[in-house]
Design a protein. Sequence first.
Length: 139
Amino acid sequence: MAEAKGFTAEERAAMKERAKELKAAQGKADGEADVLAKIAEMPEPDRTMAERIHAIVKATAPALSPRTWYGMPAYAMDDKVVCFFQSSSKFKTRYATLGFSDRADLDDGAMWPTGFALKELTAAEEARIGALVERAVRS
């Protein structure tokens, strides 16, 4: 078994981002401006996907508040993250991820997905994302 080497540079950067987010939250920073700034920093094609997901979440679930979470665009209800977008460049993966926290109401029996790999967005994926977000926030 290989010996653990600790956190990667990307993981350390994400933790530093989170510490800045917590500090900024005390001053009630503008969450949407922060999300849009993070999206603007992303390389293509992640930037375009993040912009579309942002628009879908805002249209489908206006009760969710945009904010950053570990340096990623995220959407929260009652200050708890419900879903987030992780660009492929964040941790040098081969695909972006749309993830849902345990706050999302996606329960389906004893096992269900909470993360979705994204290589591109077509109308079909956008419709599915809209349905997932709508389902995630139902009460």
